[in-house]
Design a protein around this ligand. Structure first.
Ligand code: NAI
Ligand code: MG
Length: 501
């Protein structure tokens, strides 16, 4: 990698050198690290079952690390079959005895309390999420944590209005929900799962991802603090085996999963014929489509946000840029220029734009696909940027000269890698955008309202953003077509997944 230049990568510190070098350095950002004193990480965490923390029955634990430094953060209990049984039993009892009989207006009070606690402890949650996941504090502080609280507030509002939600006069909860979530938005995904389930009167057993369990366990503390009746929310940590045990548990009425398409298919097979309700939110390979009449500077910001937000660890990431041929050179040139100003490095630094890759496995996967891109003949470009010595890092990367058959145009990379394709006509844009086994999201950049309306009807994607990208709101449903899964989360639609309606 070439030496970091002005404005990029970890080059914040003014170092001694020639006057020219010092002048250069004076234009760099000074470090602005968020203090990690606001969180106290315990050496060990138990499973949260029936309102209390306890070790796994077999005493097993696993470690979670900070992917930016590879520093071990904590040991976490690994739930086995006995623990899954105990969590499901606790959820069942709480469902029968407390939560189902409770009036919706009372359930709402707990959800509001959780939401307010999340706001009060927002800084603590933001720092902990950055540490355990590797994402920049700017994102956890401004996106993950506020949206998490907003989700609880939003569904608290539904808890006493279920009969007006459009699912008949007396919609019933399903029972015990088993929920398995990924590592890319650890706390936010917990909220997407828990808030609608609880509002609808279900109780939950949630399994966070093995690389990012800590904020879910802090949320368990918030549940205690909010006085949530024991067993209404249970949080069990572990890896795929724990998830599989939860999914196949006969005491569970509903499974909600967010993660890879591969595991999603496995879960669909495990659940088939059991009568359990299932929602799957899986991968994506979204097209972000830029027309020649688009406001180019705005579109460039949208492209950057679309693929480099959260290091590209986003199921709805705009990972395929489709740009109209007549403006392709301009767009690419401006994109390169913009990427040269992104700062990669310490996730706790408030100036950081690009944080760490979540795990060495994910880094290996991104590297493998990027190499495949080169081998298949696409042109690879990254801004000059120095990667830290420790931890898992991948520079923002743009591939041009990509064709539809390339692996980097078809497979979910789940990293900071953009594949650029071009098109000439709107019809060609639609054909290329829809040429994917996925169908989660898409973006459109154009000045023409009529074109936006026409395109949204042509694109087979659950969410279509126009002249913006990666915007989330708890009131707005989110979900996919085809291999991106089925069912919707968020909004009134999100309630349907947890009601017998
Ligand atoms: P994954 O799908 O294996 O993990 C997601 C969650 O499922 C984790 O909590 C995991 O412990 C659990 N799990 C794993 N195997 C399971 C099983 N057999 N039964 C029940 N639960 C199980 O995803 P992974 O391995 O972390 O990432 C691999 C790829 O998946 C990524 O490179 C990315 O392409 C994609 N992915 C997509 C996500 C999305 O939001 N669409 C999120 C995470 C990963
Ligand atoms: Mg971790």
């Amino acid at each position: 990698m070439p030496k970091a230049d002005r404005g990029t990568a970890l080059a914040h510190q003014a170092e001694p050198g020639t006057p020219a070098e010092r002048a250069e350095a004076s234009w760099q950002y000074a470090p602005a690290p968020e203090s990690r004193d606001v969180v106290s990480i315990k050496p060990e965490y138990g499973l949260f079952i029936a309102g209390e923390f306890r070790p796994a029955a077999n005493g097993r634990t696993f470690g979670t690390i900070n992917p930016a430094t590879e520093e071990p953060l904590a040991q976490v209990a690994e739930a086995g079959q006995q623990d899954v049984d105990a969590a499901v039993a606790a959820a069942r009892e709480a469902y029968e005895q407390v939560w189902r009989p409770m009036p919706g207006s009372e359930r709402a009070k707990y959800l509001y309390r959780i939401a307010r606690q999340l706001q009060e402890r927002a800084r603590e949650f933001a720092v902990l999420e950055s540490l355990d996941n590797g994402k920049p504090i700017r994102e956890t502080r401004d996106v993950d944590i506020p949206l998490t609280a907003a989700h609880f507030f939003y569904y608290a509002g539904w808890a006493d209005k279920l009969e007006y939600a459009g699912f008949g006069p007396d919609p019933r909860p399903l029972g015990v929900a088993g929920q398995v979530i990924p590592w890319n938005f650890p706390l936010l995904m917990a909220a997407w799962k828990l808030a609608p389930a609880l509002a609808a009167g279900n109780t939950c057993v949630l399994k966070p991802a093995e690389t990012t369990p800590l904020t879910a366990l802090l949320l368990a503390e918030v549940c205690q603090q909010a006085g949530l009746p024991p067993g209404v929310v249970n949080i069990i940590t572990g890896a795929g085996d724990t998830g599989a045990a939860l999914v196949s548990h006969p005491g569970v009425n509903k499974i909600a999963f967010t993660g890879s398409t591969e595991v999603g298919k496995e879960i669909a097979r495990a659940v088939a014929g059991t009568g359990k309700k299932l929602t799957l939110e899986l991968g994506g390979k979204a097209a972000n489509i830029v027309f020649d009449d688009a406001p180019i500077e705005q579109a460039v910001e949208g492209i950057v946000n679309g693929i480099f937000f959260n290091q590209g660890h986003v199921c709805c990431a705009g990972s395929r840029l489709l740009v109209q041929e007549s403006v392709a050179d301009t767009v690419i040139e401006r994109l390169h220029r913009r990427l040269t100003t992104l700062r990669l490095g310490d996730p706790l630094d408030k100036n950081t734009d690009i944080g760490a890759i979540n795990s060495s496995q994910q880094l290996a996967k991104i590297g493998e696909l990027a190499r495949a891109g080169e081998a298949e003949g696409a042109h690879r470009w990254s801004p000059p940027c120095q990667l830290p010595d420790k931890g898992f890092w991948f520079p923002p990367t743009v591939f041009t000269g990509v064709s539809q058959s390339h692996r980097i145009a078809r497979e979910e990379i789940f990293g900071p890698v953009l594949s650029v394709l071009t098109f000439r006509t709107p019809d060609e844009a639609v054909t290329k955008a829809n040429n994917t086994p996925y169908g989660l999201s898409a973006g459109i950049w154009t000045d023409k309202g009529s074109r936006i309306l026409w395109l949204t009807r042509q694109l087979r994607a659950g969410v279509v953003w126009a002249n913006t990208y990666n915007r989330f709101d708890p009131a707005s449903p989110f979900g996919g077509y085809q291999e991106s899964g089925y069912g919707r989360e968020g909004g009134r639609h999100g309630l349907a997944a947890y009601l017998d309606a």
